[in-house]
Each structure stands twice: as C-alpha cells, then as structure tokens.
Design a protein around this ligand. Structure first.
Ligand SMILES: Nc1nc2c(ncn2[C@@H]2O[C@H](COP(=O)(O)OP(=O)(O)OP(=O)(O)O)[C@@H](O)[C@H]2O)c(=O)[nH]1
Ligand SMILES: Nc1nc2c(ncn2[C@@H]2O[C@H](COP(=O)(O)OP(=O)(O)OP(=O)(O)O)[C@@H](O)[C@H]2O)c(=O)[nH]1
Ligand SMILES: [Mg+2]
Ligand SMILES: [Mg+2]
Lengths: 292, 272
C-alpha cells in the first residue's frame, strides 16, 4: 500500500541526510500512482499531486521522524477537504412539494436509490410520492413499485403513458391533491451522448423544477466519470450526487474526480440493495478508502 | 492526435496518458510504453502505430469464439449489479434464435425487484420460452428446472440469468458456485460462463474478474455499454493478468446491439 511504498523511499533516503528534487518527485509519483490505481481521473490526480507538493513544501516533512506518515496525512487531509468542501444537507423547497429527480447512466442505481431516498425521508416524518417515469426499460415501473412497497411509500404510475415529462407533471398534480410534501422522480438510464434523451431530461427539469437533480454515480466507475458528470451537469444541470455500490471494494476515486470537476457535493452513499441501505456521505472515510 | 509524432519522451508520456484515460490502468499502460520504447527499427510514424497496434493485439490475444456446439449448451450470465446481464441474455437469445437454434431462458434472479418480469418481457419479445419460479424462491431450483426442460424439450441452448452480486459478498459468491455445480452435475456437453462487465468500470474490474473466475471458471467476458464514451481498456489488463477472452461487445439497448469481439477493431477504437 502507499504507506509501505513511501516508507521504502524514505528509508532509502534517510542515510543520505539531504533531499534532491528527484527524491520529492519519487514520493509524489507514488502518490499519483496510488490515486490512478484508485480510479482518480488522470488530470485530477495530476492537479491533486501539485497541491500536495505545495502543502508538503511548507511543512518540512523531509526532516521529520516519520516522513511517510506525514505525507499520508497531508494527502488524506487534502482528499477529505476536496471531498467534503462542498458538503451540505439535502435542500427542500420553500413551499411543498419538494421535488427530487434522479438521473444517471444505465444501471447506476437510480431506481433502487429513489426507493431508498423515499424510505429515508418517510422515516424523518415526510410523506413522499415515488414517480415512475422510466417508460422504456422492461418492468422498470414494476421495479419501482416493489421498491415503494418496501419503503412503505406510494408509487405514481400512468399505465400506457408514452411521455415521461407528462407523467412527471401529472405526478405533481397528484402530490398536491393527496398532500405529499416530497416527490421523488425516477428517470430512465441514458447516455450523456444521447442528445435527444438529455434534452428530455432538461425538459422534465423545466417542467417540475426540482430542488435537487441527483446524479447517481457507481463507485466502481473509471476514467469516464468526469466526461459523464460534466455532460450531465452541462446538458441537464446536476445539484448533487449519490455514490452507489459502496458496499463493494472499489476504491472509488471517481468520487474525487467528479466532485473536483463539477463542484457538486455527494449527498448520500448507497451501501447495499435493501431499501434501508442509504447512508450520509463521510468525506474522511472516503479519503481513507481512496488511499487504500 | 499521436499519429504523426516522433517516438520521444513526450510522445511516450502522452501515449501513457491516453491509455490510462482508456482505463487500461497505470501498470498496463506503462508496460505498453516500455515495450514500445524497446522496439527496434521504428523509422516512420506508421512504424510506431503498427508496433503499438501489435503490442495491444498481443495483450488482447486472438479472438476466442463463443461456443454453443455440440448442443445442448448452457450459458450462465454472471457479474456485478447493473452490468447488463439480463439485457445481454435477451440479445444472445435473439442472435441464437436467428441462427435457427432452439433457445430456452431460466430466470434464476429470484431476488431483485421485478427481475423475473424484466426477463419475461424480453423472452416474449424475442419469442423464446422461459422457466420461472416465484420471486424469493431458490435460484438453484430454477436452474435445475431449466436443465430438465432443456433436455425434455430438446432445446439447443439454455441461458441462465443470475442476480447481480458484488464479488466481495462471500455468501452470494457461494450461491453462484452452487448454481454452477447444479449445471456441472447435469453435465451438458457445452457450457459458457460469461462475465458481463460494464465498459465504464475502472480498476475494480480486475478484482471482479479474478474473484468470479476463481468461483466458477469464467469462459468469456461480455463488455457492455460500449456505445458510451468509455473505452473498456480494462479488458486488456484482465487479459494480461487472467487470460480471460472477451467474446461479445454490447453496444446499445436493442436486441441487435451485440457484436462478436474483434480484437483488431477493438484495438483500433482504443488507439489514440
Ligand atoms: N450492492 C449494491 N447494489 C446496488 C446498490 N444500488 C443499486 N444496486 C443494484 O444495482 C443494480 C442496478 O440498480 P437499478 O436501481 O436498477 O439501476 P438504475 O440506474 O435504475 O438502472 P437503469 O434504470 O437501467 O438505468 C440492481 O441490481 C440494484 O439492486 C448499492 O448501493 N449496493
Ligand atoms: N447503452 C447501453 N445500455 C445497456 C447495454 N447493456 C445493458 N444496458 C442497460 O443497462 C441497464 C441495466 O441492464 P440489465 O440488463 O438490467 O443489467 P443487469 O446486470 O441484469 O442488472 P442486475 O440484474 O440488476 O444486476 C438497462 O437500462 C439496460 O438497458 C449496452 O450495451 N448499452
Ligand atoms: Mg432504473
Ligand atoms: Mg438482471
């Protein structure tokens, strides 16, 4: 792991009593390698290491008794700062209903996370309505309905509907009629490359004015996370992220990449398939995980 | 962008960056650039491109075709949550049916919400029969019934859908081993155990491939969602470490969005 690799470098240097620029480079190269292995985006890793170099320069770590540990601490603190710097709570509308809209690539956990969010908010005294607008994927509506039952929350569906935006609008009317203070909209998976489907999402957003457009990001995503997140942010608008499948062993560097480039916060972590498997996001735990 | 360039340190650094951005991983990317640096007799830029292409093709290895002969063949689809298993099974069934084969599906994902319904809709669209039990039932029983029906009805291929599972979940991996043992006990002449992998997956795909391979002896990979912007370079790292061949590419959500893996076309799409 990184601590061991840095320890090895400093051990080789300790006999010498002075530090060459290439020694600093060797240490920072190990940090960069660790970040790339953790799937941090190439450019984000490069910029991050430059910040570590600056942070380390002022701290005389090279003369310390445990320089490897000190470098790790600088890296960990800087990761935590970047991941948590945008931290905030979920935003609600000044007048109900509050609308949350889930968006993201195929299979990233939107439908599951919608039900989890409903459960989370119901437990906090809200009265959510789940909305099934994925009219394309076979049995997507049925899947959300099962999730709704598990969460103890009703699911709004319009059998036979063909326009997802119309379903979203109708759901708002139903929420007003039935007194739901939160509306959680599940959308169909789509590629950021698909202009027509991205436009559909933008249209849905304009129609229902969500307090939060939440992008689901699979924790095992590699370098593509940045392109995807930037395009969802540019074409639809993203307010926050849900980082899913954190119950695996993916290091999750995509989280750093996306927060760094979009400046949006990770609001929740998905940690399992059950409806109660949603946690707040802890930046310091994520920093330790990325470092491995 | 790198095609017209001399092979100097700047070129090699930019090449390494391009390969890492394609999710090949730093270790594999560095191996490729060091092999290129060591290559002899590269005079023109065309020489460099050809050498790089050879190195990448050496990593992928030759195409290993998907096998359903001799019948009856069993295809087991496995992989982590959301990778595209169920949709890939529909595409495979469509392709095999187009070849005139008799195909049967087994809905052995008895866990996830509406998983059986999802596969049932695909079965109806493709025009194939499906073995199903109640949601929450024993997936092993579905596999067993699928095998019985395959024999009884003289089917050419049985395709088994399984629940998504993270490779780190010991009990779920043991369940997968059990499903594999049920198939092995039936001893069909041909079995394909396909790891379905999302092309946008990063380095974690290596540990996924390793653990699934240790559990059930994977015979091939289906790399899905290549119609996105991810390049799927991780399969080169997997080929290098585990020698697992890619057999199909998933390039969309429709039934005909499945192509047999062509190493040359894949490498050409990967090359910067
Ligand atoms: N282990 C684990 N599995 C998850 C988590 N979140 C979602 N899943 C699983 O991931 C798979 C995909 O989840 P879905 O909710 O269907 O994903 P989706 O984004 O709605 O998919 P599309 O609608 O097809 O784009 C399912 O098997 C879920 O049970 C998580 O936090 N942990
Ligand atoms: N664009 C694109 N989408 C795909 C491809 N393959 C699958 N999908 C989509 O990915 C999502 C998940 O597909 P599924 O087939 O449900 O994945 P799965 O592995 O069976 O998921 P679980 O059973 O929940 O683990 C669906 O929205 C599919 O339409 C592909 O090649 N390209
Ligand atoms: Mg969904
Ligand atoms: Mg499935």
């Amino acid at each position: 792991n990184l601590q061991a690799r840095l320890g090895e470098i400093f051990r080789r240097l300790s006999g010498r009593g002075y530090l060459q620029p290439e020694d600093v480079d060797a240490v920072l190269r190990e940090v960069r390698m660790a970040l790339l292995e953790a799937d941090v985006h190439f450019a984000v890793a490069r910029d991050f290491v430059a910040r570590v170099r600056e942070a380390a320069a002022g701290q005389e770590i090279w003369k310390s008794l445990s320089p490897a540990q000190q470098v790790i601490k600088i890296v960990h603190d800087e990761l935590t700062r970047l991941l948590g710097g945008t931290h905030r709570e979920l935003r609600f509308a000044p007048r109900p209903p509050t609308v949350f809209m889930l968006v993201g690539l195929h299979g990233t956990g939107k439908t599951t996370s919608a039900a989890k969010l409903a459960y989370h908010l119901k437990r906090r005294g809200r009265h959510p309505l789940l909305v099934a607008t994925d009219l394309r994927r076979p049995a997507a509506v049925a899947q959300l309905e099962v999730g709704g039952k598990q969460a103890g929350v009703p699911t709004f569906t319009q059998p036979g509907a063909t326009d997802p935006v119309a379903v979203a609008r109708a759901a708002l009317e139903e929420a007003a009629r039935a007194g739901h203070d939160v509306v959680i909209i599940d959308s169909a998976g789509r590629l950021h490359l698909d202009e027509e489907l991205m436009a559909e999402l933008a249209q849905m957003r304009a129609a229902v004015l969500p307090s939060e457009v939440l992008l689901t990001l699979d924790a095992m995503t590699g370098q593509d996370a940045v392109t995807m997140a930037e395009q969802f942010t540019a074409k639809v608008g993203v307010d926050g992220l849900i980082l899913t499948k954190l119950d695996g062993d993916a290091r999750g560097g995509a989280a750093l990449s996306v927060v760094a480039t979009t400046q949006r916060p990770i609001l929740f972590a998905g940690v399992g398939e059950r409806v109660d498997a949603l946690e707040p996001f802890y930046p310091d735990r994520m920093a330790a995980r990325i470092l491995g | 962008a790198l095609a017209g360039r001399a092979i100097d340190d700047t070129y090699l650094a930019e090449l390494e960056e391009a390969l890492i951005l394609a999710d090949m991983g730093a270790a594999t990317a560095m191996e490729v650039t060091s092999r290129l640096r060591a290559a002899r007799g590269l005079r023109t830029t065309a020489d460099v491109q050809a050498a790089l292409r050879r190195i990448l093709l050496d990593l992928t290895g030759p195409a290993v075709p998907f096998q359903v002969e001799p019948p009856p063949a069993v295809v087991l689809a496995l992989g982590v949550n959301g990778s595209g298993k169920t949709t890939t099974i529909a595409k495979l069934a469509y392709r095999l049916r187009g070849e005139g084969r008799k195909v049967l599906l087994a809905a052995a994902d008895t866990f996830r919400a509406a998983a059986i319904d999802q596969l049932a809709i695909w079965a109806q669209r493709v025009g194939v029969e499906m073995v199903r039990h109640q949601p929450g039932g024993d997936p092993g029983a579905v596999v067993f019934d699928g095998l019985q029906a395959m024999r009884a009805r003289g089917m050419d291929v049985l395709i088994v859908d399984t629940a998504g599972r993270l490779h780190t979940k010991v009990n779920l991996m043991e369940e997968l081993r059990k499903l594999n043992r049920i198939i092995a006990r039936d001893a069909p002449p041909t079995v394909e155990r396909l790891l379905v992998l999302d092309a946008a997956t990063g380095q974690n795909a290596i540990s996924q491939a390793r653990l699934f391979h240790e559990a059930v002896d994977v015979t091939g990979i289906v790399l899905t969602k290549l119609d996105g912007t991810a390049k799927g370079g991780i399969v080169l790292a997997i080929a290098r470490d585990l020698k697992l061949p890619v057999k199909f590419l998933g390039t969309g959500e429709r039934l005909d969005d499945l192509t047999p893996f062509d190493p040359e076309a894949f490498v050409d799409a990967l090359l910067p």
